[in-house]
Design a protein around this ligand. Sequence first.
Ligand SMILES: Cc1cc2nc3c(=O)[nH]c(=O)nc-3n(C[C@H](O)[C@H](O)[C@H](O)COP(=O)(O)OP(=O)(O)OC[C@H]3O[C@@H](n4cnc5c(N)ncnc54)[C@H](O)[C@@H]3O)c2cc1C
Length: 420
Amino acid sequence: MSKVIVIGGGASGMIAAVFAARNGNEVILFEKNEKLGKKLFITGKGRCNITNACDRESFFENIMTNERFFYSAFSGFNNWDTIDFFNEIGLETKIERGNRVFPVSDHSSDVNRVLEQELKKQKVQIHLHTKVEKLLCKDNRFAGVILENKQEVQADACIVATGGLSYATTGSTGDGYQFAKEIGHNITELFPSLVSIRLKEDYVSELEGLSLKNVEVTITGSGGLQGKNKEQTENHEWFRGFGEMLFTRNGVSGPLILSASSKIASNHCEGWCLHINLKPALTKEQLDSRILRDFEKNKNKQFRNALGELLLSRLSDRIVVLSGIDPYKQVNQITQEERTAFGELLQDMRFTIQKPGGYNEAVITRGGISVKEITPSTMESRLVQGLYFTGEVLDLDAMTGGYNLQIAWSTGHAAGSSIY
Ligand SMILES: Cc1cc2nc3c(=O)[nH]c(=O)nc-3n(C[C@H](O)[C@H](O)[C@H](O)COP(=O)(O)OP(=O)(O)OC[C@H]3O[C@@H](n4cnc5c(N)ncnc54)[C@H](O)[C@@H]3O)c2cc1C
């Protein structure tokens, strides 16, 4: 039996503490907030998308960074183990569209509640309002921690589950990176990811709140491709996807954009182009016939009043401006050239990327403690014996859909269950 300190009472810290305690260890959990699981509470828009019930191959297609490192932890505690675990501790779950797993109640608070109950059942000593300030190591072995009130607490092992940098108000302020750095770990470059994208065009603000379904978004731009010359990287396609998006005050967001952001997060993407195809299901010719039909129907109307069936009205005002066609021109006066250019605009509306949004709105932090210095099956540091890192603090991340929490559960389980 060991004395184990867990730093951070988020998803990963709570599950790590449960499994460390189930192994018969004495477990002390330090959480600097007034309650456990503050971030977990806001996940999945308050419903908590616990994991994804897809097959293994699809699961790994959604891991964006260091998927190989994750094989071992996932094999030890996979998405089905997560569902079984939660069912066993009293949470009923359901599977929704896209294999996303949620509590039947649709309340993330129930996920927190069952975890907290289990921590208490396993006699984990929970200390809230308790910030860890420093790790103590001796001869490459973990020795203890110093708390904010300068109290020193000694233990045999420590699991650092302090999260990343996104949504700092939930407690993730990057403390774990600092701890790791101080004892010689490398931290890869950190970026906000799964985040909105800011655009340079001022008129975007006019479109705020406008949601588009069934559109295709492509991102092109140059740079960042090692070993390729400028011509090869000029207009490189970084992302192409289909789905839902929405306009914000200064850019774009929504599921499709969050996915896109994860492909560009680690690049200097200022000036890159975001293309929206508003009619991706139609070929150029099909779209032209469709426009022709609409124009025929509205031939005596002015161009600005003729797009009702083709486009959402909030978008059509801006499209009219971008088309360069006189809005007061009668539709039957529009030339074939103008019509062709108009069709091209509908299938390639272009915006200039300013940058991805900040940590305050990013679902995750990309980058973290270099996994080269961590044993994949246990999450133990290769530099300091008895010290473990789990969850978002690691250089390991995934797409939206329950995958990031599964990283927290699997790595937390790997660490907790490997300590005796
Ligand atoms: C808005 C939003 C929605 C999300 N929705 C989903 C979703 O539905 N599904 C999904 O899979 N993922 C989702 N994610 C991502 C997911 O929440 C995170 O990947 C996951 O919470 C990471 O878990 P963690 O335990 O590593 O870190 P965290 O959950 O961030 O927990 C870290 C904890 O450590 C504590 N801490 C930090 N430093 C110290 C210190 N020095 N001393 C003591 N305590 C400390 C913090 O207060 C915090 O409680 C979402 C993220 C956000 C921001």
